[in-house]
Design a protein around this ligand. Structure first.
Ligand code: NAP
Length: 220
């Protein structure tokens, strides 16, 4: 039976992922800020919640936000706010990095395993054609580099592991409520099913890469 850890399990995508893995018989550990006091921006909190755990076949970092403490994403760089930008980095880049600093201990060594960090296509530098949302974009670009770097190091001890960044698509959650507009979106359960299928198809050849919900590689 797969052992799964979902960080941010109270979120729209995180809870659907936890339910999706549980529905196929996995043993799922759920961690979240609102239920367990797990604050991914606080190194001591991350340490406290991740220390002493066994190892997992699947781990998903599903924490994140586009709007933090009411700071909406900037329409242009003229609207930049330094404090809001730092908050974006703390949550969307440093947070997952703190989790990844425990990855070598949390991932099984002798069997295939996958650790996925939910990134976003807007974090792709190569795919950026319209500007805007600079703090969120930059924090996601940073987490992509963090995933890439950690994957290279992890591969030295975890030969069968895949550590990847995943774009979940546009998913109807609290996160997108104000921003989806006329953009087509999918329900969290569908996004979760797609992400689980992508993870099932990953092996060590794919480690350190960035994929979307259909398993297509996204340019950095
Ligand atoms: N929805 C989309 O269309 C979309 C598109 C691209 C990428 N993504 C990415 O997918 C991820 C999940 O998004 P979602 O749509 O599921 O958002 P969501 O429903 O708003 O859930 C966000 C999750 O992040 C957690 N969180 C926020 N700040 C935290 C902190 N300081 N410490 C620990 N947990 C914290 C929340 O925990 P509490 O509620 O317990 O506080 C919640 O579990 C994010 O990284 C987002 O960037 C989403």
């Amino acid at each position: 039976m797969d052992k799964v850890l979902i960080l941010g399990a109270s979120g729209g995508i995180g809870s659907a992922l936890a339910d999706g893995f549980a529905a196929r018989g996995a043993m799922v550990d759920r961690l979240s800020r609102s239920v367990d006091g797990f604050d991914v921006t606080d190194a001591a909190s991350v340490e406290r919640h991740l220390a002493g755990r066994g190892s997992y076949d699947r781990i998903v970092v599903a924490t994140g936000a586009l709007e933090i403490d009411g700071a909406e994403p900037e329409k242009t760089i003229k609207g930049l706010d330094a404090a809001a930008m730092l908050d974006q980095f703390a949550l969307n880049a440093v947070g997952p990095a703190l989790v990844l600093s425990h990855a070598h201990r949390l991932m099984v060594r002798d069997a295939p395993s996958v650790l996925a960090v939910l990134s976003a296509r807007v974090g792709s530098i190569g795919d950026n054609r319209i500007g805007g949302w600079i703090s969120y974009r930059a924090a996601k670009a940073a987490v992509n580099q963090i995933v890439r770097t950690a994957s290279i190091e992890l591969a030295r001890t975890h030969k069968r592991a895949a550590l990847v960044a995943l774009h979940p698509g546009t998913v109807a959650t609290a996160f997108t409520q104000k921003y989806v507009g006329r953009h087509p979106s999918v329900l969290p359960a569908q996004a979760a099913a797609e992400l689980i299928a992508v993870m099932d198809g990953l092996g060590p050849e794919q480690t350190g890469k960035f994929f979307d919900y259909s398993g297509t590689e996204v340019p950095w």
